[in-house]
Structures are given as C-alpha cells and as structure tokens.
Write a protein that binds this ligand. Sequence first.
Ligand code: HEC
Length: 107
Amino acid sequence: MIGMAGLLTGLYCCTALAKPEPEPTDLIDQQHCMFCHTIDAPFLAPSFRQIADRYRDQPNASVMLENKLRKGGRAHWGDTQMPLPAERGGPISRRDAHKLVQWVLSQ
Ligand code: HEC
C-alpha cells in the first residue's frame, strides 16, 4: 500500500532531482497556480488565456504582474485578490516570477 510515507518519498525524490533552473511548469506546480486558474476556463480566477489577452500588448504589464505575484496588489478582475506567495507555496524570486508571467502571457 502506498501510504502518506510513500507519497512523501515520491515528492522528495522529485524535488531532489529538480533541475537548478526550474521550468515554468514546475513553478506552477509548486505554487499551486492551477488550484484556482485554468488555461482557458474562468473558474475561481480568470483563465490564463484571458489574462494573456488582456495584457499581451501592454508594455509594462509584465513588470506589474511580476510584482503582483511576489508582493500582491489590488485586484484587477473583481473583488477577490490572489493570495500571497506565502499562502500558496512559498516566496517566489524575481526570476521565477518573470518566468511565470512570461509563461502566462504566452497562453
Ligand atoms: C487561491 C487561488 C489562486 C492561486 C493559487 C493563484 N491565483 Fe492567480 N489569481 C487569483 C485570483 C482570484 C485572481 C484575480 C485577482 C485580480 O482581480 O487581480 C488572480 C489573478 C492572476 C493574474 C492577473 C493579475 C492581474 O493583476 O490582472 C495573474 C498573472 C495570475 N493570477 C497568475 C497566477 C500564477 C502564475 C499563479 C501561481 C504562481 C497563481 N496565479 C495562483 C487566484 C489565484
């Protein structure tokens, strides 16, 4: 039987093997982005495609979104703010935030 211990060992294995340069998809798992977002269907949060459509052509959007991912900020889609990194899966570095935002905007 694969109990909690097996599950944790499994997680440990893959975390230990993680590349030093994380892929956006790893970051997305770590930060549970898909808990609230989907690529194309608005659910608890705007879909990543909606977000990309809204910001793709705005030159400063990427910096704004990176700051928002790291430090939070005013809601732009309704009244619900996105939880801060500490509540999602841990702090995000500037570089990781940049990667995540580039990924979102490419959807
Ligand atoms: C607990 C739910 C939840 C999680 C987890 C979550 N989000 Fe969000 N996200 C939201 C909500 C709600 C909004 C809409 C907030 C608003 O109106 O600005 C949002 C908005 C956004 C926006 C648009 C912000 C803006 O100012 O327009 C981006 C980009 C985004 N999320 C990316 C991410 C990424 C990347 C992750 C994972 C690192 C993530 N989200 C994890 C709920 C979540």
